[in-house]
Structure formats: C-alpha cells, structure tokens
Design a protein around this ligand. Sequence first.
Ligand code: XMP
Ligand code: MG
Length: 181
Amino acid sequence: MDDFIDKILISQEEIETRVNELAKQISKDYVGKEIRAIGILRGAFIFMSDLIRNISVPLSVDFMSISSYGDDSESGGVIRILKDLDKPIHNKHVLIIEDIVDTGLTLQHLKEVLAIREPASLRVCALLDKKERRIVNNLEAEYTGFVIPDQFVVGYGLDYAEKYRNYPFIFVLKSKYYQGI
Ligand code: XMP
Ligand code: MG
C-alpha cells in the first residue's frame, strides 16, 4: 500500500457496486425522458464517466466548473462560476453530478443558479455525503452513493491540492500530507 494512505474508506469494488445501483435507479426513474447530465468539474468527472456508462435512457452531457473552496479547506458560501454550461437547459431534465456534499452551500447556490434557467426538472446525484457537516437545511441529493464521516477524503476524482484524483478508491491521507486541514 502506498505510504501516504491512512485508511481506505471505500474500496474500488464497493464503488463499482454502488455506482451501478445508482445508475439502475436513475435509469428506472427517467424512463421515457432524456437526461442532461451536468458534471461539476473537476471532482465529479470520474464518478460521472462510470455512472453514465450504466445509464440506459438517452443522455447528453455538459460541464460546469465552480469554485467554492478557496484553499481546499473551508466552503466559501458563494460560488463562482469558472466555466458555465455550453448549452441551455431550458425544458431539460437536468441531473447535476457532484462528487461530495459537505455543508451543502455549494449545491444550494448551484441549484439556485440553474433553477432560474427553468429546466423541466432538476435533481442531484452525489457520490458522497458528509451529512453531519450540513449547514443548509432540507438539502439532500435525490441520489447519494455513500454517507461518510467528517473526514477529508481523496481518490476517485477527489483531490487534495490537485493530487490523488487518479486512485480508483476513496481514502484518507496520512495527516503529514495535509497542510492546514
Ligand atoms: P460544500 O461545503 O459547499 O462543499 O457542500 C462541497 C465541495 O467541497 C469540497 N469538499 C471536498 N473535497 N474531499 C475533497 O476532495 C473532501 O473530503 C471534501 N469535502 C468537501 C468539494 O469540492 C465539494 O464539491
Ligand atoms: Mg477539490
């Protein structure tokens, strides 16, 4: 095992099983509809690519890049759109694909921004949920992969200082590898 790994929280096999379950559920819920999957860059890109390959209804993708964390530690509250969607979402069945919901502030703002554009529907699929950290009331993703404890995790698309996204499992780094978290 690589020496920077403190603990593997979710294995590659567990991720694969759960992502397939989510895709099945989504395929069932959207029968007769077409999904516009919106990946939130960069953390969601690996999850999104695995998820959509198992979704069986018609689907198109678009991406948005937002920043909420100034330095990977605290949620700023207000999001900044670094890259907006390429296509309009008016009358589309939008499914936001997120890596993780933490305080919920990012998702709350994102949902507000997208709702103004009047999609036919707006749902969220988040791989991870740090439920105990939630600040925003009544903000739940319609689809959640795993509820995890309040620990900073990386891997499977999630980073610390842009590293570790390439690992196929989700893990906690040894504390000496974090600075200021
Ligand atoms: P909020 O607090 O607004 O934050 O719900 C959501 C965003 O915070 C980042 N985040 C993490 N990123 N490991 C990460 O790599 C974590 O454990 C973690 N917790 C929060 C992430 O960018 C997410 O979109
Ligand atoms: Mg990050």
